[in-house]
Ligand binder design. Structure first.
Ligand code: FE
Ligand code: FE
Ligand code: ZN
Length: 275
């Protein structure tokens, strides 16, 4: 949900279309740094806790951040920006911040993974008291992006100093584009068993519910409205009905316009499955 006009505006937008879960950026996602949140902004935002209408609110890190980059200046910026975003998320009492692990830019997956592990250690060392966790998101594997295999996320979790500060976020469009064929219920069940074995089901904290414009295994990340893409409706029906996902917040990242009309249509499609 857009935070234009201030983070608390996102809550009003979400409630205007009856959302019970919401994902936000904690600052303008096209800028590296931002002035700190004011007391007033924080207080206005935290009012939602008192109102109790949103059951789950969490953050997504800026797309500029790349913990695996080979460019020294970008890497320094990434470390600082991620630490600052985690502080902001913590001030807003967000339980986790979703993060794309990074892109190795030609250095290779192994080198990239090692860089990500060291970077996460460095970020956490800077902010020992921040409670907001990082939720590593499965990626579509576009270009040199790491994180399109469960094994990548597991490797990061197993090698950082503070694995208890890491969680995982699934994205249906990314899974599909990465080559995980979730277009049938049997496919979904098989892939979830793999998730449980490689990562562990307790790590999952959120699902990005998106259809995909691109075919399975394309490694191209293009989100589409629910039922209008290549995945089909089976996985969405499964996610909305499965008891294992009942308490896992699910958010749309589908194309949207200012009046949120597309969100309402997508929400209705999904909610019908849950009835
Ligand atoms: Fe993402
Ligand atoms: Fe996503
Ligand atoms: Zn995506």
């Amino acid at each position: 949900m857009s935070i234009s006009g201030g983070v608390s505006m996102a809550i009003e937008r979400a409630r205007s279309i009856d959302c019970t879960a919401m994902q936000i950026f904690v600052k303008n996602n096209m800028q590296w740094f931002a002035r700190p949140l004011s007391r007033m902004e924080i207080r206005a935002f935290l009012d939602h806790v008192r109102r109790g209408e949103l059951l789950s609110v969490f953050g997504h890190a800026s797309y500029l951040i790349n913990l695996a980059t080979t460019n020294l200046q970008f890497h320094a910026n990434s470390i600082r920006a991620l630490a600052e975003e985690l502080v902001r998320a913590d001030q807003l009492q967000l339980p986790f911040l979703v993060l794309h692990p990074g892109a190795h830019l030609g250095a290779g997956e192994q080198a990239g993974l090692e860089k990500i592990v060291n970077s996460i250690d460095e970020v956490f060392r800077k902010i020992p008291n921040v409670k907001t966790k990082i939720a590593l998101e499965i990626t579509a594997g576009q270009g040199s992006c790491i994180g399109h295999r469960f094994e990548h996320l597991a490797h990061i979790i197993e090698n950082v100093r503070e694995p208890e500060r890491l969680r995982v976020c699934l994205d249906t469009a990314h899974l599909f584009a990465a080559g995980y064929d979730i277009s049938s219920e049997s496919g979904v069940r098989k892939i979830l068993r793999e998730f449980d074995r490689v990562i562990g089901r307790d790590r999952l904290v959120a699902i990005h519910v998106n259809d995909s414009k691109t075919p399975c295994g394309s490694r191209v990340d293009r989100h589409e409205h629910i039922g209008k893409g290549r995945i089909g409706l089976d996985v969405f029906r499964f996610i909305m009905r499965s008891p294992r996902f009942r308490k896992i917040p699910k958010v749309l990242e589908t194309p949207k316009s200012k009046d949120l009309a597309e969100d309402v249509i997508n929400l209705n499609t999904l909610r019908r499955f849950a009835e």
